[in-house]
Design a protein around this ligand. Structure first.
Ligand code: GLA
Length: 334
């Protein structure tokens, strides 16, 4: 535990409310430094409580009794109940950055469905970080910036689950706001806020529960590393560079990433020019690429996309997030 003798936060009452995210376009691009375009959803995770004198965080959830996280904890992946591994990972990561952390007792509640691909785990991580930063700030400690907080939360997710996720979920939640899409360059971590036109709505539809733990997500990350060892950074590759790949499997994986990065830019351009039909078509092309080349969709998600495309005023639809279940996202004219 990092201690600071001048640090006396008192028994401050604190409450934070953090949204989930839905990715509009740009999936399985973040872990090769590509482009993503998520937005926040109107579903939230809340932590409410107060600082406590004991060197532990005690969190009670809607469904689980207290999780007790000692502030000198070294590993997050053995904490029980398992949902408390996320806040535990964040406390460990923030401590390692020199942020002073004091005891806290609180409750966690959420309207975000867990395991639905709306980043409930990232919302819990960011909510934990916000509590810590709020308390630290009251004692005069400098705040970390959005990128530092998102990176700490991403490392916490790695530590809690072993899934080698990219930065999209955590950074889109830290930096996002309702009514705006967040264009993130996952290499430079530059962020551009893009207004969502008032004439469309972004909807998400739950298809099936899933977890990325033990899924093929880590295989996809490993395949991208293999491709990059052969042809260099995917974020800089063009479709011509892909001809150098002998393996059909790697060629398809790489083709998804390269064309998806292009689609994100084209989608932003379509929003700027008001060509909403084109924006919708790009989302649907993204789905087909994820389904056929990247193989992260499921038959249920494919059927849900086809069915959504037949609905009135739907411009485009696609699976969203890590895949293998979860949600689809729909662009609808209103
Ligand atoms: C999950 C990961 C993200 C990202 C998406 C796919 O949500 O946590 O980092 O890789 O899958 O775009």
């Amino acid at each position: 535990m990092v201690t600071d003798s001048a640090f006396d936060p008192g028994a401050a009452e604190i409450s934070v409310r953090v949204p989930g995210r839905v990715n509009i376009i740009g999936d399985h691009t973040d872990y090769t430094g590509g482009l993503v375009l998520p937005t926040v959803v109107d579903l939230h995770t809340m932590i409410t409580g107060s600082t406590a004198p004991e060197p532990v965080w005690t969190l009670t959830s809607q469904t689980h009794g207290p999780a007790v996280i000692p502030l000198d904890l070294e590993r997050a992946d053995t904490v029980e109940p398992a949902w408390a591994r996320y806040p535990a990972g964040v406390l460990i990561e923030l401590r390692s950055l020199g942020v002073p952390i004091v005891g806290f007792t609180g409750t966690v509640s959420t309207s975000l469905p867990v395991g639905a691909g709306l980043s409930s785990s990232a919302a819990l991580e960011v909510a934990t970080a916000r509590i810590v930063m709020d308390v630290a700030n009251r004692s005069g400690h400098d705040l970390l910036d959005d990128v530092e907080i998102a990176r700490a939360c991403q490392r916490a997710e790695h530590m809690a689950t072993g899934v080698p996720c990219g930065i999209m979920d955590q950074l889109s939640i830290v930096a996002g706001s309702p009514g705006w899409a967040t264009l993130i360059d996952c290499n430079s971590l530059d962020i551009v806020r893009i207004p969502i036109p008032a004439s469309v709505q972004i909807e998400h539809r739950f298809i099936s529960g899933r977890t990325l733990v033990g899924s093929e997500y880590a295989d996809r990350v490993a395949q991208c590393r293999e491709i990059e060892n052969l042809i260099g950074p995917l974020r800089e590759a063009s479709t011509r560079d892909l001809a150098r790949l002998d393996s059909d499997l790697l060629l398809r994986r790489a083709r998804h990433v390269v064309t998806e990065n292009r689609r994100v830019l084209d989608f932003v351009d379509a929003l700027h020019t008001g060509d909403l039909e084109r924006a919708g078509r790009l989302m649907t092309e993204s789905h087909r690429s994820l389904a056929v080349d990247y193989e992260t969709s499921t038959p249920e998600m494919d059927a849900a996309v086809e069915s959504a495309l037949g609905e009135p005023r739907v411009l485009g639809a696609r699976m969203t997030g890590g895949g293998f279940g979860g949600c689809i996202v729909i662009l609808r004219h209103i």
